[in-house]
Design a protein around this ligand. Structure first.
Ligand SMILES: *Cc1c(COP(=O)(O)O)cnc(C)c1O
Length: 428
């Protein structure tokens, strides 16, 4: 940590020594009105477009134009099994086995379909445990699941809360909750990386704890996939889902990922919603006869998927596969560490970083609480060419993404932040 240095020259030097610096050129960086590249810090919300995405999507448009329905078999990448072209690379990104991984639907839809299987409440065990600051969509989803099964959506919801005056969650508090209510909890569903604080949870620890009390355990990895090493298989989690438009750069509203642990791969007893895409591939087009469950995560698919969205995912995953999560997270830790160093240099009397200090407990995002600030700070920052994210009452979230953000981006971000902070009297 203390290896970092202040000054522009240091940032330039880090970029020169960065083996991944060339990847920035493979992305479109948005520009401001004057044609200057913005400092883009919202890859946690919508990842930037890889330049090669167009080529991948155009290939499918071309095959559709030239082949029509024959494209299902004759396209350069036959559409019938297009999702299979994504499986291996996606599995690597989240640390899963191919049989545990599939790309399908959108994120909240996947959470619901997975809960059809993994939230099977009984009269005595029906509660769902989430983190108190869960992403709204996740909270709405679990509340509606409770109502769907005729339970009260307040009484049935157990919240893992931060301690008074704190933002981050403690595992000891989760243990305490489970000690008293563990037998009532049917499902634990946690955001793998919390969208607000950036806290990266120990998925394995939470899973083991949940399983010890007989709960199902799932994770929403929207802020984890492509950002941190999730090691989903190793974690032992029952299921997970994530979107592909945040760190995975596959475009607005693109399809989502889904993980179902191998131990459930061949289970036919699990309740689930099915469609023709959950049916055995060999006999799917005979369109007759009994339903024959596909093994693995693929068995949760319903529909034939949108190929144009999958083409954008393929374009992005090919980059991830080339770089590898190891190299990516190595750079990420340096880049975010440098960001933290510069912020701390501004002084604890003006900012407080909410995100954990331990690089193993966070991804690239830092959530910064700015003292004496209101939304005008965020607006000034936008005017200065920084795209960041504001959360009421006083938090900006910035995510330097290792694939396309540079050390210089981080340097300029902090330089631009300086003049718009309100320093206490007596400091300049
Ligand atoms: C981004 C995000 C969502 C968004 O859900 P969609 O179904 O893709 O609209 C849901 N949950 C979490 C934790 C997120 O970060």
């Amino acid at each position: 940590m203390s290896d970092f240095k202040l000054g522009h020259e240091y940032a330039l030097e880090q970029d020169r020594n960065d083996p991944l610096s060339t990847y920035r050129k493979q992305f479109y960086i948005p520009k401001d009105k004057d044609g200057n590249e913005v400092i883009y810090m919202t890859g946690n919300s919508l990842g930037l477009q890889p330049k090669q995405t167009k080529t991948y999507v155009n290939q499918e448009l071309k095959d559709w134009a030239n082949l029509g329905v024959e494209g299902h078999f004759e396209a350069k990448n036959p559409w019938l099994k297009y999702h299979e072209f994504l499986t291996e690379n996606m599995a690597k990104v989240v640390g899963a086995k191919p049989i545990e991984t599939v790309v399908m639907n959108t994120l909240t839809a996947n959470l619901h379909f997975l809960m059809v299987s993994f939230y099977q409440p009984t009269k005595t065990r029906y509660k769902i445990l989430i983190e108190s600051d869960a992403f709204p969509s996740d909270k709405y989803a679990v509340e509606s699941q409770l109502r769907h099964h005729d339970f009260d959506d307040k009484e049935g919801l157990v919240l893992w809360k931060p301690r008074k005056g704190e933002e981050l969650l403690h595992y000891e508090d989760l243990e305490t909750i489970l000690k008293t209510q563990g037998e009532d909890v049917a499902l634990i569903m946690i955001g793998g990386v919390n969208y607000y604080t950036g806290q990266f949870f120990d998925l394995k620890r939470i899973t083991e704890l949940g399983h010890q009390y007989g709960c199902m355990v799932g994770f929403d990895c929207a802020h984890g996939a492509g950002n941190v090493q999730l090691n989903l298989h190793e974690s032992g989690a029952d299921f997970a889902a994530w979107c592909t438009y945040k760190y995975l750069n596959a475009g607005p509203g693109s399809l989502a990922g889904c993980f179902v642990h191998e131990r459930h791969a061949h289970r036919k007893d699990l309740n689930r919603f099915t469609g023709w895409w959950s049916h055995n591939k060999e006999t799917r087009f005979l369109m007759r006869g009994e339903f024959d469950q596909l093994p693995g995560a693929e068995g949760w698919q319903l529909s034939n998927p949108p190929i144009l969205s999958m083409a954008a995912i393929k374009a992005s995953l090919d980059i991830f596969s080339e770089v590898g999560m190891e190299a990516l997270t190595e750079k990420s830790k340096k880049l975010t560490g440098y960001f933290e160093y510069l912020l701390k240099n501004l002084g604890e009397d003006v900012i407080k970083i909410i995100t954990p200090e331990n690089p193993e407990e966070r991804g690239c995002q830092l959530s910064i609480q700015v003292k004496r600030a209101d939304k005008s700070l965020y607006e000034k920052l936008t005017q200065a060419g920084v795209i960041s994210d504001w959360r009421e009452p006083d938090v900006i979230r910035c995510a330097p993404v290792p694939l396309y953000n540079s050390f210089e981006d981080v340097y300029w971000l902090v330089e631009k932040l300086k003049p718009i902070l309100t320093f206490p009297k007596g400091r300049n």
